[in-house]
Design a protein around this ligand. Structure first.
Ligand code: LMR
Length: 391
């Protein structure tokens, strides 16, 4: 039976990690997978997390099973950051831990499917794994353009998609730091999105994977909060992989908001049974470390400072690129207005390949770059290389 299976191409983005590792050129630049890097090019463990991990080693007295919901102390400690004041909305919002943001997206979509959602409206391009999960679940993807060529979000396209939507549809929105474009909806556009969703049959699913990496922790949740204030129910997929630097520890959460507090129990129980059938329970370590950070005022302050430094460094890189203006035929100016780890360059497949072959610069085949892969030491080389391949 197994010989029926055909060879699958490796995930293009994850394959880049290995290609980059194998390259022996000393001045190589990795702009591939979304991992934050310091100006020295490293991805150190947050010092707040290190301290929490030390506490965990000393204090944890058991590794016995928790349950499919994971560490509820972690799930609840995050809620004021995500949902602001009155985070549980009178018992209408509850959550559960998931293996990373991917687990949260998978669970959100599977839960939507269990509630008879058949179609997912989504702006494209999007994080490639979104479409992959949608397809794997057998849901239908209805795509629309996420952004205009000038680097602004295409609200009209979203509007048209929502206006022609029907019961049984969900819309998948990026809460902030759009992956891969870096182009977020403006505050005014979020107001419009919220009013379009008012009374609409479409279920909002919001992927919030980069809170704190765009404009700030509070600021990055504002669009999502506008939507939540206008709709009876929604699903929110959350990741701590980036804002706590916990990538390989796989730390995420799924939150549901229901119309009334009596509905939250049944919804979460479906989340729990889906989790049980998929991964049984999420890995504990990273979530426990986040809980310890958020329950300790000093560690929380340290975490805020580390997150602020990350955001400020990425802003500096963006400013520098924007100041450069044109690199050959590529206009870098719009990158200054975009948010988070990613932006896209209008480069052809051949130009992306030439960047790799001739300049040891690795980026996704879509033209997406990880802004944090650029440092004050390599940014000039990058700009010159883009000019070289695109001239
Ligand atoms: C990315 O888009 O690079 C990250 O979200 C990592 C991943 O899992 O793809």
């Amino acid at each position: 039976m197994l010989d029926r299976l055909e060879q699958q191409a490796p995930d293009a983005l994850l394959a880049l990690i290995k290609l980059y590792d194998r390259d022996e050129r000393p001045d190589k630049i990795d702009l591939g997978v979304g991992v934050y890097r310091t100006d020295e090019g490293g991805t150190p463990v947050f010092s707040a997390i290190k301290a929490a991990e030390r506490k965990l080693v000393e204090q944890q007295d058991s590794k016995a099973y928790l349950g499919p919901e994971g560490d509820m102390g972690f799930v609840h400690a995050l809620m004021p950051y995500i949902f602001g004041e009155n985070p549980a909305r009178g018992g209408r919002i509850e959550g559960m831990q998931t293996p990373g943001g991917t687990g949260a997206v998978r669970l959100a979509l599977a839960l939507a499917q269990k509630s008879d959602i058949g179609r997912i409206l989504m702006g494209t391009p999007s994080w490639p794994n979104h479409a992959q999960i949608i397809k794997d679940l057998g849901l239908e993807l209805v795509g629309f353009e996420h952004a205009h060529a000038d680097g602004s979000a295409d609200l009209e396209a979203l509007k048209n998609a929502l206006q022609s939507a029907r019961k049984g549809d969900a819309v998948l929105l990026h809460g902030c730091c759009h992956n891969p474009t870096g182009i977020d909806y403006t505050a005014e556009q979020w107001d419009e999105i919220a009013s379009l969703l008012t009374g609409s049959p479409v279920l909002p699913i919001i992927d919030l994977a980069y809170q704190g990496l765009g404009q700030g922790l509070e600021e990055d949740a504002q669009g999502m909060l506008k939507v939540l204030a206008s709709v009876p129910e929604a699903l929110i997929a959350y990741s701590c992989d980036k804002n706590f630097g916990l990538y390989r520890d796989r730390v995420g959460a799924l939150y549901a908001m229901t119309e009334s507090s009596d509905q939250i129990g049944p919804v979460m129980s479906n989340g729990h049974s889906l989790a049980r059938a998929n991964w049984s329970m999420p890995p504990d370590h990273g979530a426990a470390a986040v809980r310890l950070v958020l329950r300790d005022a000093d560690l929380t302050r340290q975490w805020h400072e580390e997150l602020d430094r990350m955001r400020e460094r990425m802003r500096q890189v963006r400013d520098r690129l924007a100041q450069a203006g044109k690199a050959g035929n590529v206009d870098l100016a719009p990158l200054g207005k975009q948010n988070g780890l990613f932006s896209m360059l209008p480069l052809s497949k051949e130009q992306i390949q030439a960047l790799r072959d001739d300049h040891a610069i690795y980026m996704a085949g879509s033209g997406r770059i990880n802004i944090a892969g650029l440092t004050m030491g390599n940014i000039d080389k990058f700009i010159a290389a883009v000019a070289d391949v695109s001239a």
